[in-house]
Design a binder for this molecule. Structure first.
Ligand code: GLA
Length: 631
């Protein structure tokens, strides 16, 4: 349990809500923000990770070589701070006391008087201005033991000595990593709770001990979500205990399984939304899609992680600068962690220049923390819009296909006034231009054109909630029956040919809350009236909204016309710091939108609740049309 979870009862009481009422009713207001606030990731983490470049063949020279290049090339100054060791660093868990032993043949500086220690390495990284990251697993055994080709840099020794994961050792290991060795970040993988079933060949052969899987990548019903959460809760407790200053970063790596795309935000600083990326265009699309429509699930302190950058290899090498720039642009727009996965000792300068594009980095690191929202999405072409701290916008026009596209960017896409000039700066070419109403441009195959845009906002005196997804948390998103998300491009990680049945839709989350669209990706429509702005969510949901100093909240609410069940009645409630502010009578599909509004001056946290009593499965989609905070 994290510290903030311990604080929940207190916060709830302060907000005038009894704890028992809340436990019984997840829609009861709490007066508190429930997404992850512990650790230190107010902005998406930036840095480097060893996996994509070296897999298990990581060593000190490779790691320090890349760290040095980050410094020498000026990337450190631009924000790349984490130097993370992935799988491959351990040799065994010592039988006598369970202490983890480092491969000192690969990390010579760990050879110190007494027990091997990463302290000299983290000291060096810290002296260079970096933060240091380490890697472990929720289970007893790890990913490389299950999936690596060959045995290079796998743990050695007896079955027990090769159990290097956190399972049964979480507090001991986290103390070692953070208090003794001085790490600042940990990536926690999940193969140990997925790949060691009693009937797995690696277990039956006696190589590894069985651990009944808690996760099944292909099946929510075969995943034990509470048990997985309990393991992360234990890790969070240890992280709090061994990092008194709270300066750590927790990276969840269960690849979008166990419905983590909806709850990862409550448990760690970054959370993987898909299986591993590979240096293939199609796979990049899969990973991008797994996070691209999840803007409301990313906030300062809790970000979607579509995996590390694979710029430097395959479809993203120096012969594919268009693809490499697209990959980088999309990750920046999504507020994904910018973790370089290349061997920087040999990375050609044009790719270093991509990592170093300060204007693109600035979008990712913008203080407001808003992930981009999809403004246009059809036929292999997408327009993503991200609201920046000072009301400016970033817009990315992304051509997924192999033919050039003649696109039109409109003022509407940007929620800017069409009758006023809109100034654009192209963040890849530096070109400046301006337009009124709309603008034509040609986007090359696989290109992403990125502009910073300034104009007069349509909503002059406030911000739509969908323009500030970083401030909106679907604490309860109403998805009680998680279904695979059909908007994710299917591509098998690390293409192995056409044996088997291919990859079926497997990442749950279809029906999750959306900015400007219904949970099923339709326009927001109440009784025939379309809302270009708003929040779409299923009923039986509770949204938490930070109020950054606004005076008034207003929305037009109702059951969305796309609801299949016309009988469900939904009531809408607005709360401020846990207290009721406004509500509607029960509404059904077809009923005209009702205004719900209140003075919210001085209120820190709003809660938007939609209740459909008596519904057991997923309730109907509801729309908070034009929902906005006003000055
Ligand atoms: C999993 C993770 C990867 C990497 C490897 C290491 O596959 O998803 O990112 O950490 O394990 O074995």
């Amino acid at each position: 349990m994290t510290l903030h979870r311990f604080l929940l009862p207190l916060a709830a009481l302060c907000a005038g809500t009894s704890l028992s009422a809340q436990m019984a009713d997840p829609l009861a207001p709490t007066g508190r923000w429930s997404a992850y606030q512990a650790g230190s990731a107010q902005l998406p983490p930036m840095g480097w990770n060893s996996w994509n470049a070296f897999f298990t063949h990581v060593d000190e020279e490779k790691l320090m070589g890349s760290a040095q290049r980050i410094r020498d090339a000026g990337l450190a100054r631009k924000g790349y701070r984490y130097i993370n060791i992935d799988d491959g660093w351990w040799i065994r868990r010592r039988a006598s006391d369970g202490r983890l032993m480092i491969r000192t043949d690969k990390f010579p500086s760990a050879r110190v008087k007494g027990d091997p220690s990463f302290r000299p390495l983290t000291d060096r990284l810290h002296a260079m201005g970096f933060k240091a990251g380490i890697y472990s697993d929720l289970g007893r055994n790890i990913c490389s033991q299950a999936y690596a080709d060959g045995s290079e840099q796998l743990p050695e020794g007896s079955v027990a000595e090769r159990e290097v994961g956190l399972y049964g050792h979480a507090d001991q290991d986290i103390r070692l990593f953070f208090a003794d060795w001085g790490f600042d970040a940990i990536k926690v993988d999940g193969c140990g709770i997925r790949a060691y079933a009693p009937d797995a060949e690696r277990v039956r052969s006696g190589q590894y001990r069985a651990l009944a899987p808690l996760i099944d990548q292909h099946s929510i019903s075969r995943s034990n979500i509470p048990a997985v959460k309990a393991l992360f809760a234990e890790i969070n407790q240890s992280l709090a205990r061994h990092n008194p200053d709270g300066d750590y970063m927790l990276s969840l790596c269960i690849w979008g399984s166990a419905n983590v795309r909806s709850w990862g935000k409550d448990v760690g600083n970054i959370s993987r939304t898909s299986d591993d990326i590979s240096p293939d265009w199609g796979r990049m699309l899969t990973n991008y899609d797994s996070a691209a429509r999840r803007a409301l699930y990313a906030h300062p302190g809790s970000w979607n992680d579509p995996d590390m950058l694979f710029i430097g290899k395959g479809d993203f090498d120096a012969n594919h600068l268009i693809e490499a720039k697209s990959h980088f642009s999309l990750w920046a727009m999504m507020n994904a962690p910018l973790l370089i996965g290349a061997d920087l000792r040999t990375t050609p300068q044009p790719l270093i220049d991509i990592f170093g594009n300060a204007d693109i980095i600035a979008l990712n690191q913008d203080q407001a923390g808003n992930q981009a929202v999809m403004a246009f999405d059809a036929d292999g072409f997408q327009i993503l819009v991200k609201t920046l701290a000072k009301g400016e916008k970033a817009v990315a026009l992304f051509n997924r296909g192999l033919a050039p596209v003649d696109a039109i960017l409109t003022a509407d896409h940007l929620k800017f006034r069409a009758d006023r000039p809109i100034a654009l700066a192209n963040l890849w070419t530096g070109e400046r231009s301006s337009f009124m109403r709309d603008m034509k441009l040609r986007v090359a195959p696989r290109e992403t054109v990125v502009f910073r845009a300034r104009g007069d906002r349509t909503l002059a005196d406030g911000l739509y909630l969908s323009e500030q997804p970083g401030m909106v948390n679907p604490a309860v998103d109403g998805v009680v029956q998680p279904e695979p998300d059909p908007t994710i491009y299917h591509s098998i990680p690390n293409w192995r040919g056409t044996r088997g049945i291919g990859e079926r839709p497997m990442y749950a989350g279809w029906g999750g809350a959306m900015a400007d669209f219904t949970p099923y990706n339709q326009p927001l429509v109440i009784a025939g009236k379309t809302y270009g702005s708003g929040i779409g969510i299923l009923a039986n949901s509770r949204l938490e909204v930070h109020n950054a100093g606004f005076a008034r909240f207003a929305a037009q609410v109702g059951v969305d016309d796309s609801a299949l069940d016309g009988d469900q009645a939904v009531r809408f409630f607005l709360y401020g710091d846990g207290r009721p502010l406004a509500s509607t009578p029960p509404m059904r599909r077809g009923a005209p939108a009702q205004a719900i509004a209140a003075d919210v001056k001085g209120i820190k946290l709003l809660e938007l609740v939609a209740r459909a009593d008596g519904v057991r499965g997923n309730a109907v989609p509801v729309s908070w049309g034009d929902a906005a905070l006003l000055r």
